[in-house]
Design a protein around this ligand. Structure first.
Ligand SMILES: C[S@@+](CC[C@H](N)C(=O)[O-])C[C@H]1O[C@@H](n2cnc3c(N)ncnc32)[C@H](O)[C@@H]1O
Length: 287
């Protein structure tokens, strides 16, 4: 039998040797998960049961081979809520919490107690589910096309006991947009990487679905098409809220202005990067 500290040292060293800069953190997450103990090194001399040892070694090997830690663990936290993740669905990023904060503040600040919200490109459901949890009276719809992502979306709605309605469809299609009217908020974190960025992805990001990342050409294709299409589904006074990539804020702001949106406001993420925008459909530009 191997002790916790011996096995920990061995796994951390294996990840370090593979060039993993977060070897200790990743090893800790694997130990916490396999041993069901938040502080596995508080009892360093305790023997690791052989089934847990096999599981820890297998997970460490997958991590050594470059699989994202979140996929290996199968669950990741977003805004304090658990989300099931795995191959085929984008891993929720902390940057996206800024977008969720934007929507919550808009609703609370504008007296929208029971807003009707559509999350376009919902993926794991991290945005839609979190909004439903934080704004319990909201009517929340999650639109997603990927057959790989949809099962995670449904699982996460159930896991968090959030009454979110799934709409399986292409967010770029008129027929999908026509299914929702009278929206107060359209929120989206669409694919926004450029063709150049897609060719230069970090090894781990390459494990995530291209469909979740590829914004086509200059990365702005979704903003150009979603904005006029979903504006029609928005109530006058309603808001559209987007996340985008570093350096895209000016162009996304221009797309919104060209489509008649007003009160265009940007927010920086926790890393100081301009990451999100909110814009209002006002009476004057109703169309
Ligand atoms: C950047 S990910 C965002 C996922 C999730 N909202 C988040 O913030 O983690 C974009 C998502 O858009 C979905 N998607 C891509 N093209 C789509 C389309 N035409 N219609 C609906 N969903 C689409 C992808 O499958 C992916 O789940």
């Amino acid at each position: 039998m191997v002790s916790r500290s011996e096995l920990f040292r061995e796994c951390q060293a294996a990840l370090e040797a593979a060039g993993n800069p977060d070897a200790r953190f990743d090893t800790m997450c694997i130990f916490q998960d396999c041993l069901g103990d938040r502080n596995p090194l508080f009892s360093p001399l305790e023997a690791v049961p052989s089934s847990a040892e096999a599981q820890i070694r297998a997970m460490t090997e997958r991590r050594r081979n470059g699989e994202p830690l979140q996929y290996i663990l199968g669950e990741w936290e977003f805004y304090g809520y658990p989300f099931r993740v795995g191959a085929g669905v984008l891993i929720p990023r902390p940057d996206t919490e800024t977008l969720v904060d934007n929507v919550i503040q808009l609703c609370r600040g504008n007296g929208m107690t029971s807003p009707k919200i559509a999350d376009l490109c919902a993926g794991s459901g991290c945005i839609a589910v979190t909004l439903k949890k934080e704004l319990p009276l909201a009517e929340v719809y999650a639109v997603e096309l990927s057959q790989e992502a949809l099962p995670y979306l449904r699982q996460n709605i159930a896991l968090n006991e959030a009454a979110v309605t799934v709409i399986e469809g292409d967010v770029l299609a008129e027929t999908t947009a026509a299914r929702l009217t009278g929206l107060d908020i359209v929120v989206s974190n669409p694919p926004y990487l450029t063709a150049e960025e897609m060719n230069d992805l970090q090894a781990e990001v390459q494990r995530e679905p291209a469909m979740a990342l590829d914004g086509g050409g200059d990365g702005l294709g979704f903003y150009r098409r979603l904005t006029p299409l979903w504006k029609r589904a928005l109530n006058v006074g309603g808001f559209i809220c987007y996340e985008f990539g570093m350096g895209q804020h000016e162009q996304v702001g221009n797309i919104l202005a060209e489509n008649g949106f007003e009160n265009i406001k940007f927010t920086r993420d926790l890393g100081g990067i301009v990451r999100t925008v909110t814009a209002q459909k006002t009476e004057e530009n109703n169309g």
